[in-house]
Design a protein around this ligand. Sequence first.
Ligand SMILES: [Zn+2]
Ligand SMILES: [Zn+2]
Length: 383
Amino acid sequence: MAEAKRWNLLNTLFLTGTLALAVVLVPLRVITSGIGWGEALVFLAMTFAIGTAISGGYHRLFSHRAYKASWPVRFVFLCLGAAAFENSALKWSSDHRVHHQHVDTDQDPYAIQHGFWYAHWTWVMEQKALPIHGVADLEKDPLVRWQHRHHFLIGAVVSTIPLWIGLATGNLLGHLVFGVVLRIVVTHHTTFFINSAAHMFGSRPYTDANTARDNWLLAPLTYGEGYHNFHHLWQWDYRNGALWYQWDTTKWLLNVLAWLGLVGQFRRVSDAAMTRARLHMEEKRLRERLLLASPGIATPMHARLAAARQRLDHALAALHDRHEAWSQKKAEWRAKGLAKAEAWREAKAEWEGAMAHHRADLKTAWREWKAARLEVRSALVYA
Ligand SMILES: [Zn+2]
Ligand SMILES: [Zn+2]
């Protein structure tokens, strides 16, 4: 017999209560008084700061150790993150590490297999024993331990910032409605979308081993966390939107903090590994489609794909090898203290020439791959 669900009353009341308040108070306030620039700006600043603390702090720093941060950054992320009212960084990271380790199984705390709303927020409302586990590394940090003990109080203090601004500007009610109530609801649901929507809607360019999706529409709403397919494959990468044109405000902010010397040691997957994963998925999908075609069409197309793939793999490997050899050589030259010597400049110029050649070769291989892809797709239309 299925076990009866038990509800966590505090979580349920908090999540549904703040939502109900926002649904009633926000339209009421807009109708009676409109919305001023001050309220809008404070709301946006609080939402962005707290959401970024979840994305850059709770998620990428504490859960995944994707980079190293100085104590002032950890302190600010922990204080702001507490105001998301999504538990302490320690508990959040513990749940999140389990999610990655057991994604899409019964052990996944917010498995999408139980439905959109379960992954979104019902899991938080259910009374489930999810002990803190696998975060011994974080427990060594006194700041993390301090935040774990007082996270609710810290969150409450940070959340009242708009009220102080409201008192100073004589608009307490406006800031209460937008800066506190609406802000809490928006922070909750932008985080929750990653567990629900980003496991249901979007593309899977890097892996189809799990349900995580890349969703460009979610990225601006989630401070850059929308590229969840990339994230599940390389969870330790400090980026989520890894390509230059992908929206990832958290990554951009971390780059600025690195420039200021406040964070560093970013972990990132190589471009070649990303290309290989993408290529593997493209080839897999094309071959799956070819299975439905007649042998007369499928056989030459399989061969066409294999040849283009081999050519591309070769170009990628050559580029990678050249890059590795150069890194090693650079280290040797540095050790010899010859970095400024004439010979060094010549070696560098030679390397740059060789790299340009490999890049051009890779470009040609890509063009050939795209031509093969197009040919297979056209052949499938007539198959
Ligand atoms: Zn996920
Ligand atoms: Zn993650």
